[in-house]
Design a protein around this ligand. Structure first.
Ligand code: NDP
Ligand code: HSE
Length: 436
């Protein structure tokens, strides 16, 4: 049968993985897709390297705009990254009637509403399985497998770089910088690694999942984002003593007051499966009203795991290429005219539990003052430990876990506690989720 023609934009980590898995598994993939999937042209800045990688089996150019205009190309696979040139390329590909497969979460989180509307109008598909959690088929699960459910919440470890950093720091006592360099060497980190470390990459992915889960428009700009760059190794150790592990979680939850959309370091009970997801692995926990909690686990980054998701999309698009656009799976799971614009809850209104670490003078009455302020703000303490001070030490650390409260209550209590003469410096505040 006549092959379907792919124009590949970018043959770096993911593009390279996609090219080689397509070649290695060509026969199996064709049996599944119903026809061969053939890369007919590749665009990349480094033409010589691209010629070497493709070994004369396809055309090579340094001009991605020529590829999206190429009449021979049926599907454009965008793997150059970034959200400026990539946006122009994707919109031009759509305007030229081509289907698009992309792994670019930054692009979709920022411009997804515009891109999906353009694709809908033109009757083409934009597929993006690889944009969230690398090789884990979480988009497929949310869009199709869980379609009977009213999704209640999603909580995910959706950035491999930060999970790798947190795991290596805890297990091997390595420095933040050394581990980040290793994550870059292994191809996990974004071109700008601050996107990983400061939680932006996780927020991109979370915004995409939230839109699909709740039929809400893409709301990345309104997400609360806090990364791991200021996380102290002492808090990782205290959390362990209390039976918790710290992970960078992306959380989106439907509440009566609006949708929570937040990324931050989070304490999770060590006994939960998701707390034991280590290294660059990702995991996404989805709670549906009918199915209950479901957990998806796998490699969230790297050449071939991500290629696995890119090629799954290529097969889907190939199978649906000739189908009536009305009968395809909607881009964001809900029919375009059934999408809504739900309010995103400001962080001050979020209800969760907290971990507090205070450095205090080791004398009578200090703890009573602290607990009184918490009580004044209706905050109840769940657990507490006090570090044994050294022989000549006049100060100690108090670590507290609270029951659930509204974030604005804890903010106000922290201001009051920091004003006490016996409290030294800033209070460390982390959020805690039971994930039940
Ligand atoms: P790479 O930087 O490894 O690859 C991108 C390739 O595209 C490079 O060869 C780059 O060339 C080339 N390129 C960039 N801009 C242009 C341009 N204007 N014209 C021609 N060529 C261009 O990135 P990745 O493969 O890591 O990532 C690609 C996409 O996949 C990104 O959106 C990323 O967020 C996403 N992703 C990445 C994952 C991973 O594990 N790496 C996992 C999931 C998603 P040059 O190097 O010279 O700039
Ligand atoms: N930089 C991303 C990560 C790549 O570390 O998870 C996968 O999206």
């Amino acid at each position: 049968m006549k092959p379907i023609n792919v124009g590949l934009l970018g043959i770096g980590t993911v593009g390279g993985g996609t090219y080689s898995v397509l070649k290695r598994n060509a026969e199996e993939i064709a049996r599944r897709a119903g026809r061969p999937i053939q890369v007919s042209v590749v665009a990349d800045r480094d033409v010589e390297q691209t010629r070497r990688l493709t070994d004369g089996n396809c055309r090579v150019t340094d001009d991605p705009f020529a590829v999206v205009a190429d009449p021979e190309v049926d599907i454009v696979v965008e793997l150059i990254g970034g959200d400026e040139v990539a946006k122009q390329l994707v919109l031009q590909a759509i305007a030229n009637g081509k289907h698009v497969v992309t792994a670019n979460k930054a692009l979709l989180a920022k411009h997804g509403n515009e891109i999906f509307a353009a694709a809908q109008k033109k009757g083409v598909m934009v597929a993006f399985e690889a944009a969230v959690a690398g090789g884990i088929p979480i988009i497929k699960a949310l869009r199709e497998g869980l379609t009977a459910n009213r999704i209640e919440w999603i909580a995910g470890i959706i950035n491999g770089t930060t999970n790798f950093i947190l795991s290596e720091m805890r297990d091997k006592g390595l420095s933040f910088t050394a581990v980040l360099k290793e994550a870059q060497r292994l191809g996990y980190a974004e071109a700008d690694p601050t996107f990983d470390i400061e939680g932006v990459d996780a927020a991109h992915k979370l915004s995409i999942m939230s839109a699909i889960a709740f039929g809400n428009s893409m709301s990345f700009e309104r997400a609360y984002v806090e990364g791991i760059s200021t996380l102290d190794a002492a808090d990782i150790r205290y959390a362990e003593q209390l039976g918790y592990r710290i992970k960078l979680l992306g959380i989106t939850k439907r509440t009566a007051e609006g949708v929570e959309l937040r990324v931050h370091p989070t304490l999770i009970p060590t006994r939960r499966l998701i707390a034991n997801v280590e290294g660059a692995m990702n995991a996404v926990l989805v709670k549906g009203d009918a199915v209950g909690a479901t957990l998806y686990y796998g490699k969230g980054a790297g050449a071939e795991p991500t290629a696995s998701a890119v090629i799954a999309d290529l097969v889907d698009v190939t199978r649906m290429h000739t189908a009536d656009p009305e009968h395809r799976v909607p881009h964001l799971a809900f029919q375009p005219d059934a999408m809504v614009d739900l309010a995103i809850l400001p962080m001050a209104e979020v209800v969760t539990s907290y971990y507090l670490r205070l450095r205090v003078e080791d004398r009578t009455g200090v703890l009573a003052d602290v607990t009184r302020i918490l009580a004044d703000h209706d905050i109840s303490i769940d657990a507490m430990i006090q570090r044994e001070p050294g022989d000549d030490e006049q100060q100690t650390d108090i670590i507290m876990l609270t029951h659930q409260t509204r974030e604005r209550n804890i903010d106000a209590a922290i201001v009051g506690i920091e004003a006490l003469a016996a409290v030294q410096g800033k209070i460390i505040r982390l959020r805690l989720e039971q994930l039940l």
